[in-house]
Design a protein around this ligand. Sequence first.
Ligand code: C2E
Ligand code: MG
Ligand code: MG
Ligand code: MG
Length: 268
Amino acid sequence: FAKKAGENNFEVYNQDIKTQIEEFMNAKQLIKEALEKDEFIYFFQPYYSIIEDKIVGAEALIRIIKKNKIITPNFFIDYAEKSGVIVNIEEKMFKKINNFYRELQIPLSFNVSAVSFKNKEQLKKIFERVDVPITIELTEREVANNIKYTKEVFEFFKSKNFKIAIDDFGTGYSTFTYIKELNLDIVKIDMQFIKNIEHSSKDYALVKTIIILAKEFDLKVVAEGVENKKQLQILRDLGCDYIQGYLISKPLPLQEMKLFIKEFSGLH
Ligand code: C2E
Ligand code: MG
Ligand code: MG
Ligand code: MG
């Protein structure tokens, strides 16, 4: 059900909307309008536990919805981050976290941009009122600048019982420093290493090594972008904890995610 809905509604629209955006507006206008008209929404994509064979969480992924068309972040996230307007977008969305949790009733993950991450007072103000189990997803870029500052922010997150995930792991730098210095919970292996894992011995070796490293530090491992059972089998054999990807479900709107969680009865 979920996959079908995903294919029918979203992929096709992406193509349409691309030409539309290029013709009529740039990212700046698109975001301005979306903020004014309240067109930002989250889609949700499950975290699936290989060992438990069940959905154990979901990641919130931002979209713009315009006249029933869905616009994915690749059209606007770069501009949003570079211009700093992502802070306004995230503030707006993060205010709804408690509500999302009430609807979905599973731990939720949220991507926090570098710009938002830099402003500790703002972060505290927003997340102070979050009283549900969440994971904060950061890329290595977010934590890169200042380990001391990052530790302070992490202490705040920990005081709230939030978990912390490093996103797109393996694509950044200083990776080992973070693992050594910071109190992380989850490592998300970037999908570029997963997509050819069944054919590439190099990708296989990297993923295997990341998983061994993560285990040594008591971190959970999520593999992103898992699209087929062969990949799942390899990741299971390597001891990967969770997967995300089209094999389980594409990102879905809140109500569809709710239904998906309710109806999901395992992979076999
Ligand atoms: P991310 O956090 O690494 O999210 C994973 C991306 O991979 C998502 O793209 C998801 O739709 C896609 N994906 C998941 N499974 C598969 C699969 O099996 N195959 C393929 N080909 N792709 C898969 P999406 O939603 O377009 O988001 C792209 C990026 O935009 C995210 O990467 C994240 O860095 C950023 N982003 C999304 N929402 C937010 C947000 O609320 N705030 C910030 N700052 N960034 C966000
Ligand atoms: Mg993420
Ligand atoms: Mg990622
Ligand atoms: Mg990514």
